[in-house]
Each structure stands twice: as structure tokens, then as C-alpha cells.
Design a protein. Sequence first.
Length: 112
Amino acid sequence: MKDDPSYAPAYLNLGFMRCESGRCNAAVALYENGLRFCPDDPLMHFNHAVALEGAADTAGALASYEEALRLQPDLLDAHRNAALLCADTGRPQMVICHFSAFRQWQAGNSTI
């Protein structure tokens, strides 16, 4: 990351390892740094959202899922995770919205 701070896979892999080892706050900080260099990377926003969920920041996680979906509307995992998060936080309209989008995109992709 020192040689090329815009190399998104480095942030994605290291952040994933941090979050998997229970260090979600460290992963959040890493992804936030990565987003400074890769603001238009939907997977960076998605992984940031996952780490934020692990750090118990549901509002931040939902905002990051929404940004990931703005950048890549067919990111099925983001629709699914956002729907589940909305269900957990009592937002039934958003659950319907995200699960409907998930099903629509899934139906259009026979490789899933």
C-alpha cells in the first residue's frame, strides 16, 4: 500500500483479515483510508459496510451498503446484507426494496 496507495485489493484483503480476526474497528479505519484513494470502488464500500456492522455501527454500515449499490447496482451481497440490516433495525420498507432488487438481479443472472 505504500508503493501504490490506490491498489484496492491490498485494502480489501488486509481489511478482511482484520475483520475475520475480530478487529473490525481496525478494518473500518483501514477501509476508510482506502476509500480516500479509491472512492469509486464498490467493493471497498461493501467491505467497509461489513466492517462497520462488525463494529456495531449500523447507520454507517447501511450508508456504505447504499454507496456500494449506487456504484454497482447489481452487487447482490450488498442488497442482501442491507435487507438483513434493515430487518434488524425495523425498516420494513427498505427490507422489501433491497430483497426485491436482490431477487430481480438474481433472476437476471443465471450464473448465480
